[in-house]
Design a protein. Structure first.
Length: 460
C-alpha cells in the first residue's frame, strides 16, 4: 500500500500548480530518495491518496525505520509536523464519539469485553456469560440474563415480559450459554464424541413462523447443537436425542400439541415457551400438554402477559411457577373478583380502594417471577423520532370531474347546507330542525340521516 501511495505521489508532482514550492518539493523528494526519508504530502479531502493513507493507518503500516542520527538531522520535517491538523481533527472526533457512546450505553464494571459473571463470589463452578456474547449485549439485556439465572438458581420458572424488539431471544441464548458453560472454545469441550454432557437438554416451544429465527440466532450467538423437531424428520431427531447428540430441541406449538406425549417423557433441564401468552386458556390441549413437562425450570417469553381477563394471568404463572399464586379458587376470590368490582363505572369508593390494594399486592407477588421492560425505559434514547410528512397530491382531470359531479348530488348538497336555516321557516338550522330521533329507519331529506349513506357512496 505504501509503495502504491509513493507512486501516486510521484505522479501528482508534475501536475502541481504551485511553482513557488516546486523547487522545494523536488529537493525534498531528492533527499527522501537518498536518505529513505519520505515526507508524505497532505492530499486533498476525499482524494484517492487520502483513502490509501487511511488504509495504511488502519493496518498500522509504518514508515521505514531510521537511525537516530538521521532523525535528528531531519527533525524539522518530521511526519507529526506535517499532519498536526489532521491528527487533531481525528482526536476530536474520537473523543466526541467516545463521549457519545458512553452516554448511550452504560456498561457494568466488568466492561463489555469481559465475561459477565452471574454466580456469587466463591461459588464453584463459575457461571458466566462468555465475553464474545457479553460484548454485544446492552445493559437491559444483561439485567435480563441475570434475572433468568436467578430463576434457574432458585429452581422455579418465570416470565421475561419485555416489549417486542428488546432482544428476548438473545437474552435467553446468553443465559443458556452461561448455564451450559459455553465459551469461545466450547465446540469440543461440551460435546464429547457428539454427546451432550450431564447437564441435560433444553426444549424451546415457539410458533412455527419463528423456528428458523431461533436456529439462526443460536448459530450466530453460541455453539449449541440445535435440532428442529418439526416436519417429516421427527423420528430421526428423536433417535439423535436418545443418542445424546442434541443440546437444544426446537419445536412448534402444533407439533408439541400433537406429539407432546413423546417429548414430555424426556427429563428436560430447561423448557422455554416463546409467545407464552398462548398458554392463557387452561382448557386448551396445548396448556394441558405443557403441564406434563418434567421440569421446574420453565421460562415464558411474551410481550403480552395479559390480554383480556385476569384469570389468564393466573394460568400463565401457574404453569411457569406452579403454586406461586395459590390455588385457582383463592386467586379468583382474592384478586379476580375485587379487581373486576373495582373497575366498574359505578363502583363504590370502598370497592375502588380494595381493588387498588389487591392490585398492588399482586404486583409485589409477581415481581419475583416477572421482569417487564418497555422500549421507552430501555432503548428510547436510541430510537429515531417519528416524523409525519403530509404530502398533498393534486387531482387529475378525471378525478376533478368525478369530484364535481359528486358535489352536485342532492344528498351531498344537503350535507353542505346543513348549517343554513331550515326551509320550513323555523329559526333552527337544517341539521337541528330536521333531526328525527323517533324514526329508526331514517329519511332521505335531513342531513342527520344522510351521513352514513353518503359515506358509503364515497367508499364506492
Amino acid at each position: 500500500v505504501m509503495s502504491l501511495l509513493r507512486s501516486f505521489k510521484e505522479s501528482l508532482k508534475p501536475c502541481s500548480n504551485f511553482p513557488s514550492n516546486f523547487s522545494q518539493s523536488s529537493s525534498v523528494s531528492q533527499e527522501s530518495s537518498n536518505d529513505t526519508l519520505i515526507i508524505p504530502r497532505r492530499p486533498p479531502k476525499s482524494s484517492l491518496a487520502q483513502q490509501l493513507q487511511r488504509l495504511g493507518e488502519t493496518y498500522n503500516f509504518s514508515l521505514p525505520q531510521q537511525n537516530p542520527e538521521t532523525r535528528r538531522e531531519k527533525a524539522p520535517v518530521e511526519k507529526s509536523n506535517v499532519f498536526d491538523d489532521e491528527e487533531k481533527e481525528k482526536e476530536q472526533e474520537q473523543e466526541k464519539f467516545g463521549r457519545h457512546q458512553l452516554g448511550q450505553f452504560q456498561f457494568d464494571h466488568t466492561g463489555p469485553f469481559e465475561p459477565l459473571v452471574l454466580s456469587k463470589d466463591g461459588e464453584y463452578p463459575i457461571i458466566q456469560v462468555p465475553a464474545s456474547i457479553n460484548c454485544r449485549l446492552l445493559e437491559h439485556q444483561r439485567e435480563g440474563v441475570k434475572f433468568l439465572y436467578k430463576l434457574y438458581k432458585n429452581k422455579h420458572g418465570g416470565i421475561l415480559g419485555d416489549d417486542m424488539g428488546l432482544g428476548k431471544t438473545i437474552q435467553t441464548i446468553a443465559f443458556l450459554a452461561a448455564v451450559f458453560g459455553k465459551d469461545e472454545s466450547s465446540d469440543s469441550t461440551i460435546l464429547k464424541d457428539n454427546k451432550v454432557d450431564k447437564k441435560g437438554y433444553v426444549l424451546i416451544i415457539c410458533p412455527s413462523s419463528v423456528i428458523q429465527n431461533w436456529e439462526i440466532e443460536f448459530s450466530r450467538w453460541s455453539t449449541f447443537n440445535v435440532s428442529i423437531y418439526h416436519g417429516p424428520n421427527r423420528d430421526m431427531i428423536l433417535e439423535k436425542l436418545e443418542a445424546c447428540g442434541v443440546e437444544v430441541l426446537i419445536t412448534s406449538f402444533d407439533s408439541y400439541r400433537i406429539h407432546g406425549s413423546i417429548l414430555s417423557e424426556v427429563n428436560w433441564e430447561i423448557v422455554i415457551v416463546d409467545e407464552a401468552h398462548r398458554l392463557k386458556n387452561e382448557k386448551s390441549k396445548l396448556y394441558m400438554a405443557c403441564l406434563e413437562l418434567k421440569t421446574r425450570n420453565r421460562i415464558g417469553l411474551t410481550g403480552t402477559i395479559m390480554q383480556n381477563k385476569i384469570m389468564e394471568l393466573y394460568n400463565l404463572f401457574d404453569w411457569v411457577a406452579p403454586g406461586s399464586l395459590g390455588t385457582r379458587e383463592h386467586f379468583r376470590e382474592f384478586y379476580d373478583e375485587p379487581l373486576k368490582h373495582g373497575q366498574r363505572l359505578t363502583a363504590p369508593e370502598r370497592f375502588i380502594r380494595i381493588a387498588d390494594e389487591r392490585k398492588q399486592h399482586l404486583v409485589a407477588v409477581l415481581r419475583k417471577y416477572l421482569l417487564r421492560r418497555t422500549k421507552e425505559e430501555t432503548i428510547g434514547h436510541l430510537m429515531m423520532g417519528k416524523e409525519d410528512n403530509v404530502v398533498f397530491c393534486t387531482m387529475s382531470d378525471l378525478q376533478k370531474r368525478a369530484y364535481r359531479r359528486l358535489l352536485q348530488l342532492p344528498e351531498i348538497q344537503c350535507l353542505i347546507n346543513k348549517d343554513l336555516p331550515c326551509s320550513c321557516g323555523s329559526p333552527l338550522t337544517q341539521v337541528e330542525c330536521c333531526k328525527r330521533l323517533d324514526n329508526l329507519d331514517g329519511c332521505d331529506s335531513c342531513p342527520f340521516c344522510l351521513v352514513l349513506p353518503c359515506l358509503v357512496k364515497l367508499q364506492q
